[in-house]
Design a protein around this ligand. Sequence first.
Ligand SMILES: [Zn+2]
Ligand SMILES: [Zn+2]
Ligand SMILES: [Zn+2]
Length: 266
Amino acid sequence: MKVTMLGTGTSEGIPSIGCDCRVCLDAADENSRNRRRRCSVLLKYNGVNVLIDTSPDLYEQARRNRFDLLDAVLFTHHHFDHIGGLNDIRAFNFNRRRQHRNLGIKEEPEPIDCYGPKDTLDAIKQIFYYMFDPRTQKGGGLPSIRLNPVDSEFELFEKKIIPIPALHGKQEVYGYRIDDFAYVTDTNFIPEQSKELLKGLDVLVLDGLRYKEHPTHFNLAQAIEAARELKAKKTYFTHMTHMVDHRDLFLPDGMELAYDGLEFNL
Ligand SMILES: [Zn+2]
Ligand SMILES: [Zn+2]
Ligand SMILES: [Zn+2]
């Protein structure tokens, strides 16, 4: 499985609008590791592409990382920085239809399956109500998706996907474990039962917002403590604000900041 970190920034994006702090100035360079798009991850395995979350930067992430087909989406929670790009899924619908035409496949492609906690998918139905409203005129403007609420492990293209419940302030979110990789963003509390599900990891990606404490995210000190406890061979931190500078941060062995475009194979 190949994992690509498509976005590693907090909800406002880095550089933040109107900010000229040291990190935001550096992030004006598109190739800087401080340039952080909103959080999302691409998993490639068994010939399929699975996205975790549809960031508002999905369009740019797909262009930059050159993926044009998509087979499924796993949602962590319904905050806009994790779902805002949902309408852009239609580009992947178009591409799949074109692929079917080119291959002489007569059937219409299936909708793209989206998985997540039930309340997240319910929130998506409200926020993107026009996609699900029978009064909306059907046409090229709507993505073709199918929402599948999940509350326990399930199989997706011959791999076991394990939802990892965690708390993001009062909001329950899902992390996901696939083989010995796990992605747990937007959390400040991982319950004991979920810690059990995160044992023996090769790579863990974990929320590490900033230095100061926050009511709904791990700060870096808490993220380091959690990483020490969970003992993945490698832990990357994500969802960083502009208070975290790639150029001057030294982390314990086996821990690093993720950055947009980072890839690893498992
Ligand atoms: Zn800034
Ligand atoms: Zn969130
Ligand atoms: Zn977020």
